[in-house]
Design a protein around this ligand. Structure first.
Ligand SMILES: [Zn+2]
Ligand SMILES: [Zn+2]
Length: 343
């Protein structure tokens, strides 16, 4: 079948190509892409901030409908709305077997000759393994499926923080990820403080249900957070942005025995953490990256339930032919809208 795809050919360069979809193996599914979210990762590859090989076929936040299945595929029917949570899993390497399939040693895989690398959602059609396909149900519009992958990362992080219902959380940053953290925590019965520099984003976080929003540019803002927790600090802090000094501040916002979940990397911004605070206050500093099979399942179940009110996220369709404009728009509004491409 003819498939129109968007390929990044170099930093700041892209082109549409017409290719043929490959014949399905018995465990594969052909998906018609209804929407594919533009994530920070792909924007950074395009701008050159994230080193990557070109040509690159991006698009890992994919929602679509089933077109056709390989002979061994069960549990799907043509026309079914689904989310695709992609990246390969072998189920046989040591990380996979230890429950860290998000670190699967074959994840990037050996590419067959002539194959473009990348998750390949910026396209009309996409061929994926059955295990990457999650039926969405009929309670949410199909394009909400683009949130399955980011939500899976959030669900995994929250689990690793060991925060209990009713406890207080602080989310640092109110980009898409920060807002998803806030929504899932609220759904679980947590009270959530969001720390965010931009006023527009603070307003958005508040309108979407944050209990308190705080501007970290304001003198003494840390005390507002501490006061909100009755002087004890929050049981979990979710760091999604802000740099090394913010990460250090997180240690001081946590309750005794609390967790600091490091979702975002610091890269070159070397962290000097006050290690003694970790000792004396018995803190857990824990990382989380990507999603695993379990968190993907839980995230799609939550998404499909329709119980998370995600209307405020402003998912905006853009034609795949207008890829450059979509990138520009996302760069301009610093992702306060989530651009979704469709061919
Ligand atoms: Zn993403
Ligand atoms: Zn593996």
């Amino acid at each position: 079948m003819n498939n129109r795809i968007l390929v990044m050919t170099a930093v700041g360069k892209s082109e549409l190509r017409d290719v043929q979809t490959k014949p399905l193996s018995e465990d594969e599914v052909l998906i018609k892409v209804e929407a594919c979210g533009l994530c920070t990762w792909e924007r950074y590859i395009y701008s050159g901030e994230e080193p990557a090989g070109f040509p690159f076929h991006g698009g890992h936040e994919t929602a679509g409908t089933v077109v056709e299945m390989g002979d061994a595929v069960q549990g799907l029917t043509p026309g079914l709305p689904v989310a695709v949570v992609s990246w390969k899993r072998c189920n046989a390497c040591v990380p996979c077997r230890r429950g860290f399939d998000n670190h699967c040693e074959t994840m990037m895989g050996e590419l067959p000759e002539g194959t473009l690398w990348g998750p390949a959602g910026f396209a009309q059609y996409l061929v994926v393994k059955r295990y990457e396909v999650f039926p969405l149900g009929d309670k949410v519009p199909v394009h909400f499926g683009i949130l399955a992958e980011p939500l899976s990362c959030v669900v995994r992080s929250i689990k690793r923080s060991h925060i209990k219902p009713e406890e207080k959380a602080v989310v640092i940053g109110a980009g898409l990820m920060g807002l998803l953290f806030m929504k899932v925590l609220k759904h679980r019965g947590n009270r959530v403080v969001v720390v965010q520099r931009s006023e527009a984003r603070r307003k958005l976080a508040l309108s979407m249900g944050a209990d308190l929003v705080v501007d970290p540019q304001q003198e003494g803002w840390e005390n507002l957070v501490i006061d909100y927790t009755g002087g004890y600090g929050a049981e979990a802090i979710f760091y999604t942005a802000g740099g090394a000094s913010m990460l250090n501040t997180c240690l001081h916002l946590a309750a005794i025995g609390g967790s600091i979940l490091m979702y975002a990397p610091l890269y070159d911004d070397a962290a000097v953490l006050e290690a003694d605070v970790i000792h004396f206050r018995e803190l857990n500093v824990v990382g989380s990256i990507r999603h695993d099979k379990e968190s993907a399942f839980e995230a799609v179940r939550l998404l499909g339930s329709g119980e998370l009110d995600l209307q405020g996220l402003n998912l905006v369709f853009e034609d795949l032919e207008r890829f450059e404009e979509g990138i520009e728009r996302a760069n301009e509004d610093r992702n306060i809208h989530r651009i979704m491409f469709r061919a």
